[in-house]
Design a binder for this molecule. Structure first.
Ligand code: ZN
Length: 221
């Protein structure tokens, strides 16, 4: 099976994403990019993650043409390919409708540096893109433009997109984003959040560069 490892990863992380309630039902989607082949393995459209098999995962090129698989790719395939086309370091993309990130999406607000864990996104504040209908090229374009230099973006009235060097990183960032968004929501509900300053976040960003084991496998801060 073409890109078997990547397809198995999409299935494994899809189940994790559902179990962690980062997405519900058939919402949310995951892809892994194979740079050598120039192809991505992406979750199929409208299938529950717990009944998805590696064979159901679709392999497409960056124009959305199916190279292997019998299913229809996720309707958000264009949202995934635009990250691989514009971010050379991206090896995986995760899209969720996780509750707290989506609350800020519905307010049209960014997720702010209320906790240093947001530095995992490579920026101090994760911006919110304007609303466009799901599955449209306009949504993909707005997402990548609003994302800028970071690795995460909130999609107006929709959800969250993250990318990373591999699926572990992109998924971990989606978890961190939900953690920070929940903190921001809860803090805003009882008071005025004490956001970290630009200097404090620059310092965190610097520390993140050398954080973790020498082989680069960081887990938790
Ligand atoms: Zn979506």
């Amino acid at each position: 099976m073409l890109m078997q490892k990547e397809r198995e990863q999409v299935v494994e992380y899809g189940k994790m994403m559902s179990a962690a309630r980062l997405s519900t039902g058939t919402s949310g989607n995951i892809s892994v990019y194979n740079k050598e082949l120039g192809l991505m393995a992406i979750s199929p459209s409208g299938l529950d993650y717990f009944s998805t098999t590696p064979e159901d995962v679709v392999v497409t090129d960056l124009n959305g043409h199916i190279v292997d698989g019998t299913r229809k790719p996720s309707s958000e395939w264009g949202l995934h390919t635009i990250f691989y086309q514009n971010k050379p370091d991206a090896g995986a993309v995760v899209h969720t409708h996780s509750m707290y990130c989506t609350i800020f999406a519905c307010l049209g607000q960014s997720v702010k540096p209320i906790h240093y864990a947001i530095a995992d996104a490579g920026v101090a504040e994760v911006p919110c893109a304007p609303y466009y209908p799901f599955g449209t090229p306009e949504l993909a374009k707005a997402a990548i433009e609003t994302c800028g230099e970071g690795k995460a973006v909130i999609l107006g009235n929709h959800g969250l997109v993250t990318c990373g060097k591999d699926l572990k990183a992109a998924y971990g960032l989606a978890c961190n984003m939900e953690f920070v968004a929940e903190l921001q929501y809860r803090a805003m509900s009882i008071g005025q959040p004490n956001y970290l300053t630009t200097e404090q976040m620059d310092d965190v960003m610097e520390r993140f560069k050398t954080y973790g084991q020498p082989n680069g496998n960081k887990s938790g801060y």
